[in-house]
Design a protein around this ligand. Structure first.
Ligand SMILES: Cc1ncc(C[n+]2csc(CCO)c2C)c(N)n1
Length: 221
């Protein structure tokens, strides 16, 4: 069991409330209202800007070139990801300026500032634990939504989103992040700290679930 599996096992309910959220299930089934997806995607762009800062903070909190490289890879993955958001929003007639001027939703503020605070007040390991649900969770969701492979998504309304996270490139990014987290824990975690890290991991997973919920709620409003 690597450190990620241990954290997940200790926070199963919170983890499942995130990766198996109704938003995810409806997206997989293709029944998610497009307005929910649009609200989510605009907020997600704003979220990614703050998460880019969190990965930059990870570089600052690093003491080894390997840790700085891991932070660099996370930052690069975020910038690649925002291309998807800009492309999809352009199709709905939303420009980059429109997205960037949208007000941040409370769920976006809560999640991003929580992670940034873990990084500011805690050490590098705590920051990476706070980032783990985001990075590794989306890879798990991408996998869960493609039981028959990416090619089977041909006419799926959310194929680009699902394909991004189920794709080989992103699966590789998440696997590398998971390995890095395990190495970092082997180097700097004491068993006395495990419960404290579980609390951070569980909280970040709940904030992910609340982020999905924000998207769903917008369609009912
Ligand atoms: C709410 C929310 N959670 C997770 C991700 C996924 N994600 C965030 S940053 C990143 C790149 C590597 O750090 C990835 C894949 C997202 N887009 N939105």
């Amino acid at each position: 069991m690597d450190i990620f599996d241990r954290l997940k096992a200790a926070a199963t309910d919170d983890w499942n409330s995130y990766v198996d959220h109704a938003f995810v299930r409806q997206m997989g089934a293709g029944t998610l209202p497009q307005s929910a997806f649009q609200t989510y995607l605009v907020q997600d762009y704003l979220f990614l800007i703050q998460f880019a800062r969190a990965w930059a903070l990870a570089a600052y909190k690093s003491r080894t070139p390997a840790d700085i490289r891991a932070a660099q890879a996370g930052l690069a993955a975020i910038l690649d990801e925002t291309d998807l958001h800009v492309r999809l929003c352009a199709r709905w007639g939303l420009s980059q300026e429109d997205i960037e001027s949208a007000p941040e939703h409370q769920a976006t503020v809560a999640y991003t500032r929580y992670v940034l605070d873990c990084g500011a007040a805690g050490d590098l390991l705590e920051l990476h634990v706070a980032l783990a649900p985001c990075v590794i969770g989306y890879a798990e969701i991408g996998n869960n939504l493609t039981p028959n492979g990416i090619a089977a998504l041909a006419d799926h309304p959310y194929r680009e989103w699902i394909g991004e996270y189920a794709g080989e490139v992103y699966q590789g990014v998440a696997a590398a992040a998971r390995k890095h987290l395990d190495e970092l824990a082997a180097r700097s975690m004491t068993e006395q700290r495990f419960d404290e890290l579980v609390a951070v991991f569980a909280k970040a997973s709940r904030l992910e679930a609340e982020f999905w919920q924000m998207g769903l709620d917008s369609a009912q409003a």
